[in-house]
Unconditional design. Structure first.
Length: 400
């Protein structure tokens, strides 16, 4: 990455950056930062992964994806060097995003970690603030088998003399992350439960309201994002702005008027009777279920689910069964062939657990069956599952 960015003229240094890592909640935190910064009149680049329907969703300026022509032009120009360096797909994509933002003259960029943090391709940035959201079990084959091991990788984005924000609500992991931030020489280190407190959270179909106490003051805030943890994710974004100081802290002070602009595709994304909500681990699925219960969407609920085989699909299905009268397990068309789950194994295991499972291999047929009999259809599991459903149902991820 360093060699490639040197060839590109160090684009990552052309604008200030907010850097976000975490197992769950980093997408919501990025979306919140994006809305707050754009709402303040700034030209904002946003780099996220993976995409739902179209690759260009990953690289966005002021809500507008990078054009296919610009993507092709960049790749055509730099493909020989990418090949020479042996750059991976994600390394090439990250370099493309950083250089695109520089060429477009963005005022600020928000960069989401792809995997882990310490060794992630995005960790070439020198951010104004680095935030770590909730830590959970995911990608254990790369990040480690314990929460502490996973947290060590996430905390790799903390840097000397740079704002560090710790957003994990689990006391032991929160203290672990704080120690990592201090050990990295980050300053200041802002920690949930100390530098800010979230309480009195109310979730409904219109979003999430909560009281945020920080700096000796209290505010009642509302985010359009649905879910108890969205209050904590919002607070992480605000802490990153506050910690950065100056004009960034001024933006944080205006959060109440700017938060209505927050939008995150594929997260409790309601286009009745369809509800699209990515859940790539058991914690994420539990959150989906909690949100369904809190909002009170009409029953019967049928869930259409496809999970990649290297994920905790048993934990995901167990969680989904707490809210859905029926679960249709299927195969998302864009799921990578080397990571597709075994539907026969899934069906067999689910029946031994007494889960209300119906196997329909064909994805389009699974969607049609669910729609025919349910008042609410939850589409969940991998990004591939949610994205493929949105594409077939013509629900644009970036549409408001």
């Amino acid at each position: 990455m360093s060699a490639l960015l040197a060839d590109l003229g160090q684009p990552q240094d052309a604008y200030p950056v907010f850097h976000v890592a975490g197992t769950n909640g980093k997408g919501s935190t990025v979306a919140t930062l994006d809305a707050l910064l754009r709402g303040s009149g700034l030209r904002v680049g946003r780099y996220t992964s993976p995409h739902l329907v179209d690759f260009s969703e990953r690289i966005v300026i002021d809500g507008v994806p990078m054009s296919h022509a610009a993507i092709t032009e960049w790749l055509t120009r730099w493909e020989p060097r990418l090949t020479e360096l042996g750059a991976t797909f994600f390394e090439a994509t990250t370099a493309m995003a950083l250089s695109y933002f520089a060429a477009a003259g963005v005022d600020v960029a928000i960069v989401e970690v792809g995997l882990g943090g310490r060794l992630d391709a995005t960790n070439v940035v020198s951010p104004l603030a680095a935030g770590v959201t909730q830590i959970g079990f995911d990608h254990m084959e790369f990040l480690g088998e314990t929460l502490e091991a996973i947290a060590t990788e996430k905390a790799g984005i903390f840097k000397p003399v740079t704002v560090a924000v710790v957003g994990d609500t689990q006391p032991a992991i929160r203290e672990f992350l704080r120690a990592r931030a201090v050990g990295a020489g980050a300053t200041p280190v802002l920690v949930t439960g100390e530098d800010w407190q979230v309480r009195d959270v109310v979730v409904d179909a219109l979003g999430t309201s909560f009281t945020l106490a920080s700096g000796g003051t209290e505010r009642r805030l509302t985010t359009p994002l649905v879910g108890h943890f969205q209050a904590h994710n919002t607070a992480v974004a605000l802490a990153m702005l506050r910690g950065a100081g100056g004009r960034w802290a001024d933006i944080e002070a205006n959060a109440a008027t700017l938060l209505p602009g927050v939008h995150l595709a594929g997260r409790f994304h309601l286009a009745a009777p369809w509800l699209f909500d990515v859940a790539h681990n058991a914690d994420g699925a539990a959150t989906v279920v909690a949100n369904l219960v809190a909002v009170g969407l009409p029953h019967p609920i049928t869930a259409v689910v496809c999970v990649l085989r290297d994920k905790d699909w048993r934990g995901i299905l167990t969680a989904v069964a707490r809210a859905a009268e029926k679960i249709v397990v299927t195969m998302a068309p864009t799921a990578p062939a080397n990571r597709t789950w075994d539907l026969l194994e899934v069906e067999s295991w689910a029946r031994t657990q007494g889960l209300p499972i119906l196997r329909i291999d064909d994805f389009t047929s699974a969607l049609a069956h669910a729609r025919a009999e349910a008042a609410t259809v939850l589409v969940t599991g991998s990004f591939h599952t949610v994205g493929d459903a949105m594409e077939r149902l013509q629900v644009h991820p970036l549409a408001r």
